[in-house]
Ligand binder design. Structure first.
Ligand code: DC
Length: 223
C-alpha cells in the first residue's frame, strides 16, 4: 500500500505551502486537490455553464478528463490535455470552484480520481475532505488550522505584497464567510476527522509548522 499523508484545514491555514515543503523534504509527491475543483470551475466559466446549475455542472464534470502531473516547479493541472495551471488562481475561478465543489456528484467523481492516484503512489494530499472521505486510512492524518484573525492577517500580508488593496477588515470578513460556507455545506463539510492530529499554527512560524508535520509523518512512517 502507498504511504499517504492527508492534510485538511480551512482557508488560509497555510496548507498548500506547508504541504509542498513537507512533501519535498520527504521526497514524495504533493497532490493539491483544490486545483482539480478549480479546473472544473474554470471550464464551466469558459464554456458558459453556470456553476449554480448542478445537473449541467455534473454533466460537464463527467465529460472531462482532469489530470495532474508533477514537474520541477510543482503540480500542473490539465483539462482534456490542456495545461490550465496558470489560469486557475483568479478570484472568479476561486468562487466557481467553491460553487461546483458543493455538488455530491462532482465530489464523488473527484474523490474517485484522487483515491486512484493516492493508491498507486506515495503522496501527501491536501484539501478539505481528505482525512474524512478521500483517504480515511491514510498513515498520517492532520488537521491544520489557526485562528481566523491569524489566517486573515497572513492573507492580508500576502495580498499587500502583491499590491492588492483590500483592508485587513475586508480580508477577515471574506475569510469568515468562506469558513462558514465550507463548514456548513450539506455535502462533506470541512470538519476534523476524530483521529486526525490537530495542529494549530496560530503561534507557529512556517518553519515550525513544517517541522512538526514532518516529525509526525516520519514517526508514523518509520514507526
Ligand atoms: O484549496 P483551494 O482554495 O484551492 O480549493 C478551491 C475550492 O475547492 C474551495 O472552495 C474548496 C474546494 N475544495 C473541496 O471542496 N475539497 C477539496 N478536497 C479541496 C478543495
Amino acid at each position: 500500500m502507498a504511504f499517504n499523508i492527508a492534510i485538511d484545514g480551512p482557508v488560509g491555514a497555510g496548507k498548500s505551502s506547508v504541504a509542498e515543503e513537507v512533501a519535498r523534504r520527504l521526497g514524495i509527491l504533493h497532490l493539491d486537490t483544490g486545483a482539480m475543483y478549480r479546473a472544473l470551475g474554470l471550464t464551466a466559466l469558459r464554456r458558459g455553464v453556470d456553476p449554480a446549475l448542478e445537473e449541467e455542472v455534473l454533466g460537464l464534470c463527467r465529460s472531462l478528463h482532469i489530470t495532474v502531473s508533477h514537474e520541477a516547479d510543482g503540480q500542473h493541472t490539465f483539462v482534456d490535455g490542456e495545461d490550465v495551471t496558470g489560469l486557475i488562481r483568479t478570484p472568479e475561478v476561486s468562487m466557481a470552484a467553491s460553487t461546483v465543489s458543493r455538488y455530491d456528484g462532482v465530489r464523488k467523481e473527484m474523490v474517485r480520481l484522487q483515491q486512484r492516484m493516492a493508491a498507486e503512489t506515495d503522496m501527501l494530499v491536501d484539501g478539505r475532505d481528505i482525512c474524512t472521505t478521500v483517504l480515511p486510512e491514510a498513515t498520517v492524518k492532520i488537521f491544520l488550522t489557526a485562528s481566523a484573525e491569524k489566517r486573515a492577517w497572513r492573507r492580508f500580508l500576502e495580498m499587500r505584497e502583491k499590491g492588492l488593496p483590500d483592508s485587513y477588515e475586508q480580508v477577515l470578513e471574506e475569510l469568515k464567510k468562506r469558513d462558514d460556507q465550507d463548514m456548513n455545506r450539506k455535502v462533506e463539510p470541512l470538519r476534523r476527522a476524530e483521529d486526525a492530529v490537530l495542529l494549530d499554527s496560530s503561534d507557529l512560524s512556517f518553519e515550525e509548522v513544517v517541522e512538526r508535520v514532518q516529525a509526525i509523518a516520519e514517526e508514523k512512517r518509520h514507526g
